[in-house]
Ligand binder design. Structure first.
Ligand code: ADP
Length: 217
């Protein structure tokens, strides 16, 4: 379903979010103080405007209160990021905010930010997990304890069904999808057969996923 987003701050993070949301078919209003940054987003947003994300009158004039989500991607100016988040919440939007550090995170949490992102740290964790195991291709952290990983099936799994592998009973993990080349099976059946080099998308407790990776896959 088409949603409406306003992206405030068009640095590396904000402009990537803006482009991708627009590419996915959503309505995206791109806002920055710098004309050059705004100009760069003209072809990658529904509207791109020079405005101040910390000014209530600017946001009101842009009709921001009708939007679903506000993405605050203001760089190092923590005060401006907090101010902008407060305004977006007052105008009734869900706020997704890039945090600079733990103090900033705590304040954002207190003022009701709906999602707080630490792009560098999150990417660092993902890369570390990918490097830690040659079998893990992609890693998504769901919570402190749970994650979703993509693992490549080794020859050990070749020609076995999910029932035979019994991953849920042995490891308490769920196979959410099986990727084979360009194809993806998003509702795997217990009798579906796995082949070597298939990519399994598995959700579970981190310790159990590690056990599956070391012993089961
Ligand atoms: P990144 O680390 O994602 O590249 P930057 O610090 O380079 O972040 O970019 C932040 C952007 O936010 C800059 O383009 C800056 O002009 C913009 N910005 C800063 N304050 C405001 C504000 N009050 N309103 C709108 N945009 C802002």
């Amino acid at each position: 379903m088409k949603k409406q987003f306003v992206v405030i701050g068009l640095g590396r993070f904000g402009s990537s979010v803006c482009k991708e949301l627009y590419h996915l078919g959503h309505e995206v209003l791109a806002v920055d103080l710098q004309e050059g940054k705004v100009r760069d987003m003209v072809d990658f947003s529904t509207h791109a405007v020079v405005a101040n994300g910390t000014e209530e009158k600017d946001l009101k004039a842009l009709g921001v209160r009708n939007f679903d989500y506000g993405i605050v991607a203001i760089g190092e100016n923590i005060e401006a990021s907090i101010q902008s988040t407060l305004l977006l919440k007052e105008l009734g939007l869900k706020a997704v905010v890039k945090a600079q550090n733990i103090h900033h995170h705590k304040i954002l949490d207190k003022i009701g930010a709906d999602r707080i992102i630490h792009p560098e740290q999150d990417m660092g964790i993902r890369v570390a997990h990918q490097l830690d195991s040659e079998k893990v291709i992609e890693f998504i952290e769901l919570s402190k304890d749970y994650s979703i990983v993509e693992m490549e099936a080794t020859p050990k799994l070749n020609n076995k069904t999910l029932v035979q592998l019994n991953i849920r009973a042995k490891y308490g993990c769920t196979v959410l999808a099986i990727k084979r080349g360009e194809d993806i099976n998003i509702a795997p059946h217990p009798d579906d057969v796995i082949f070597e080099k298939d990519i399994l998308v598995v959700m579970g407790h981190k310790q159990e996923l590690k056990r599956l990776e070391d012993k089961g896959i």
